[in-house]
Ligand binder design. Structure first.
Ligand code: SF4
Length: 400
């Protein structure tokens, strides 16, 4: 999972933010910490997230991370943290000793006595021996396994390190290590993927019985090997109709299998929603540590330099921006409409006042009349069939 981030908060900014009643309203809750592990053994063909292959930098990176924790320990609201998410990159390239060092450092800098969820992303290719048992002993209680597909041809096209056999073995190993709380990632919209193959893939994933599934539409990003293949005519991107059919099949198959579609890309069995990610979508504050990690404190976003060497070197590694009222409103609308609960008018009124609430209702009513938004009581939400084209609907509700 990838975050956003940002730069140092000066004393004056901290003071003015802390004196604003709205700030306290939005930060009534405890916060989450995201840590970006910037290493990958090699780049996947579709990936444009920041990572590097300089694994020899793992130890200096951990030292730099401890330095950042020390510098930023007071940026979160006072009180215990709710969630810890170790993402990347590939966190499972850390040895158990290195993971222990990292989690121990978090415990020295923040109160972890009320942690509700500690997630670590795992690449199936890294699951060997008793690696997951050792990770479980460190307090990790949720794994996010980068399955992506259970079709070898898809995995090869995506440039993943693992094949289907390793993906299945990783899920079995997670269960043996005692992880009940498992999420698996899936990618659809892969060039050449027929609806029948996607359906077959989905049935095999359902058979794994993971309590949480994240399914993302492949996006062909400039500068990736996949984009070059498309440019050279070796691959054809799926069209809108194919994307829609694959999304419908995804929703139908997982719905019939008892998963709740609680966010555009997220499906969970009862009681297994992702706590950390749900906090992002509710606009709660989070601290992002490590190269390219993003942070949000309710008023300000900041992001770290996307360079492991630069991060280790230190100095001025962060940039940030203050969010004005309009940006915060747009952000609230966007994140709320990703979720099944949608926009709650009472919350919107409390956060942004009656004038902004009337503006939203005017725009939302138009979308309801067009059949693109649903109204239920004091809530507005996007119904499942429209979720794939939600960007357009959300943009129509923005304040400009
Ligand atoms: S393992 Fe994840 S972060 Fe690394 S290159 Fe592949 S998709 Fe990107």
């Amino acid at each position: 999972m990838k975050n956003d981030d940002h730069g140092p908060i000066c004393a004056a900014t901290r003071f003015s933010v802390a004196c604003d009643p709205l700030f306290f309203t939005t930060l009534r809750t405890v916060a989450g910490i995201y840590i970006h592990i910037p290493f990958c053994k090699r780049k996947c063909n579709y990936c444009d997230f920041y990572s590097c292959t300089s694994l020899e930098l793992a130890e200096p990176f951990l030292s730099a991370l401890e330095r950042e924790m020390e510098l930023r320990r007071e940026e979160l609201p006072v009180g215990p943290i709710a969630t810890l998410y170790i993402g990347g990159g590939t966190p499972s390239l850390l040895t158990p000793v290195q993971a222990d060092r990292l989690i121990g450092a978090v415990g020295r800098h923040w109160d972890c006595s009320a942690l509700r969820e500690t997630t670590m992303e795992v690449n199936p290719d890294d699951v060997r021996g008793d690696y997951l048992e050792q990770i479980a002993r460190l307090g990790v209680d949720r794994l996010s396994i980068g399955l992506q597909s259970l079709v070898d041809g898809d995995l090869q096209l995506l440039g993943r390190r693992h094949d289907t056999a390793k993906a299945l073995a990783a899920v079995a190993a997670a269960r043996r290590a005692g992880f009940d709380n498992l999420s698996v990632d899936l990618i659809y919209g892969i060039p050449g993927m027929s609806l029948a193959r996607w359906g077959d893939n989905l049935r095999r994933v359902v058979d794994l019985d993971a309590p949480h599934i994240s399914a993302y539409h492949l996006s062909v990003e400039e500068g990736t090997p996949l984009a070059s293949m498309v440019r050279r005519g070796e691959l054809t991107e799926v069209d809108e109709d194919q994307s829609g059919e694959q999304f419908d099949l995804l929703c139908r198959t997982l719905g019939e299998a008892g998963y709740e579609h609680y966010e555009i890309s997220s499906f969970a069995r009862p009681g297994f929603r992702a706590v950390h990610n749900s906090a992002y979508w509710s606009g709660e504050p989070y601290l992002g540590l490590g190269p390219s990690a993003h942070s949000y404190d309710g008023r300000r976003r900041s992001w770290n330099v996307a360079s492991t060497e630069g991060y280790i070197e230190g100095g001025d590694i962060r940039q940030g921006e203050e969010l004005g009222e309009r940006e915060r409103y747009n952000e609230y609308v966007m994140t709320a409409l990703r979720r099944i609960e949608g926009v709650d008018m009472a919350t919107l009124r409390r956060l942004f006042g009656p004038r902004q609430a009337s503006y939203f209702e005017r725009c939302a009513t138009e979308q309801v009349q067009k059949g693109r938004l649903l109204r239920g009581g004091d809530n507005y939400r996007i119904d499942e069939p429209n979720m794939l084209v939600s960007n357009e609907i959300i943009a129509s509700l923005f304040s400009i």
